[in-house]
Design a protein around this ligand. Structure first.
Ligand code: ADP
Ligand code: MG
Length: 455
């Protein structure tokens, strides 16, 4: 089925406006020369005027334009850039490396809400690096792809931005498309669900909307925190959820925090989100970050020396998307100057002068941070009092010092008021254990660690 639809000037202006405001750093004046083609089977072709523009679009603009096109049309759309002079073989348009490819699910209804399911071809299980930070999330995603509707239902994955939630969600789609080709998969962002619901209400198409959402085998919604504060959509979502759940259809959700922490989310939804499995993705450790960088470099056919990979992984710790951005930057620099990739170029890509060395975290920084966050004085952290309000921050301080400085147990104990090494070891174990089992506490630590790194 080749559904063709012209892109109106207004929609195109929306797309450009979105890119300019949300992605101003990659925006260029010449974007106004770009020509949109028709939307064919969910794919929008955008024509550049010369090969240099095309190169730039391919290296920097695929995601921003896909995101903008999806926001402007409220549908899952992929974007392909082309340029008449730079066409590939047979005059076919060239496709960006990171292009989003489409799998067109059989239409569920002939109504206006029938969409194509579009996936990023890189977001597969094979390209996902598994580490201690995401082992459970990865295993549960694999399990639901092998037996949708029976393994864990619903599956709720949460974690901070850029830690691979969307990647895993799309990996599930890819796997199910391969394993169960006739399965009806509906994958969308929560923002789309909200927009489509509003549109259906406005256009009096609620029946079609409900039919569409309640007749799928696998329902995947990304960034469900977007439901927060949207009462009517929450109500609709609640009924969608129930009807799919009763039919044992697989539901998979992601969010940037665990269900109870989504602001203004109805209790009944929170409780349902907790019915199946809730899996958290943590910040990746250094080994995992290096492995991700290597994998991404390989898929771009970049030769990345060990020290450059290590340098990037050490510098960028909290958002894997930024790691990827740095890699793209490095790729761009290397091809622009026709230079091999090395440590010096990696430093340049992160905007560092060759001499500036990373500043190690000092134990003093940790103590100041803890004192400030918990409203304590340094003397409290170093003092003898053992009330819970002081002992816990003190333990957290020791734990962070163990992880982020190279001081010995005895030295750390010394900083925290002359405590001996067994006290530090005990604190470290205590906090590590609680971090494993208490997601709210773990997020607290994540934030402290992020602040330490940024300072
Ligand atoms: P989120 O949806 O959690 O914000 P994404 O899934 O969009 O994050 O991931 C951001 C980028 O980081 C993507 O390019 C993704 O491929 C990459 N990424 C994140 N985690 C991993 C991982 N464990 N292995 C490989 N790539 C990863
Ligand atoms: Mg995401």
């Amino acid at each position: 089925m080749q559904a063709t639809q012209a892109i109106s000037d207004i929609v195109w202006a929306d797309i450009l406006g979105y890119v300019r405001t949300r992605h101003s750093s990659i925006s260029r004046g010449w974007f106004s020369q770009l020509q949109p083609g028709d939307l064919v089977s969910g794919e929008l072709t955008v024509t550049a005027t010369n090969a240099a523009q095309l190169d730039y679009l391919h290296s920097h603009c695929v995601r921003p334009f896909v995101e903008a096109a999806q926001a402007a049309t409220g549908r899952l759309v992929s974007v392909q850039f082309q340029c008449p002079g730079a066409a590939g073989e047979n005059g076919a348009p060239t496709t960006a490396d990171a292009a989003v490819h489409s799998h067109v699910a059989p239409p569920l209804t002939a109504g206006p809400l029938a969409d194509a399911l579009l996936l990023n071809n890189e977001y597969k299980f094979d390209n996902f690096v598994v580490g201690p930070c995401n082992r459970l999330a990865h295993a549960s995603c694999l399990a639901v792809s092998e037996s949708p509707g029976t393994a864990y239902n619903p599956l709720f994955i949460h974690g901070s931005v850029g830690l691979g939630k969307t990647h895993l969600l799309q990996a599930i789609c890819h796997r199910i498309v391969e394993q169960f080709p006739t399965s009806q998969i509906l994958y969308l962002t929560c923002e789309m669900f909200v927009n489509q619901f509003i549109e259906a209400v406005e256009r009096g198409l609620l029946d079609g909307f409900r039919y569409r959402y309640r007749h799928v085998d696998v329902f995947l919604i990304d960034d469900i925190q977007f439901l927060s504060d949207r009462e009517r959509t929450q109500e609709e979502f609640f009924h969608t959820f129930n009807s799919l759940y009763q039919l044992q259809k697989q539901i998979i959700l992601t969010a940037d925090c665990p269900p109870p922490e989504i602001p203004s989310l109805e209790e009944r939804l929170i409780s349902r989100f907790n019915w199946g499995l809730v899996a958290r993705i943590d910040y990746p450790c250094l080994e995992t970050r290096v492995a991700i960088i290597r994998k991404k470099a390989r898929s771009r056919q970049m030769h990345l020396p060990e020290d450059a990979a290590m340098f990037l992984a050490e510098r960028i710790q909290t958002n894997t998307r930024e790691l990827e951005g740095a890699l793209n930057q490095l790729h761009g620099l290397a091809s622009m100057d026709d230079r091999p990739i090395d440590l010096a170029l990696a430093r340049q890509a992160l905007g560092e002068t060759p001499t500036s060395e990373p500043q190690p975290v000092r134990i003093q920084d940790i103590m100041n941070l803890i004192a400030e966050r918990y409203g304590l004085k340094l003397s409290d952290l170093q003092g003898r009092r053992r009330s819970r309000a002081i002992a816990l921050p003190r333990h957290i301080g020791m734990y962070l010092a163990r992880r982020h400085t190279s001081h010995s147990l005895a030295e750390i104990g010394g900083f925290f008021g002359g405590r001996d090494h067994t006290t530090v070891l005990h604190a470290d174990k205590l906090i590590a254990k609680r971090r494993e089992s208490d997601s709210g506490f773990s997020s607290q630590l994540d934030r402290l660690e992020a602040t330490l790194r940024d300072s």
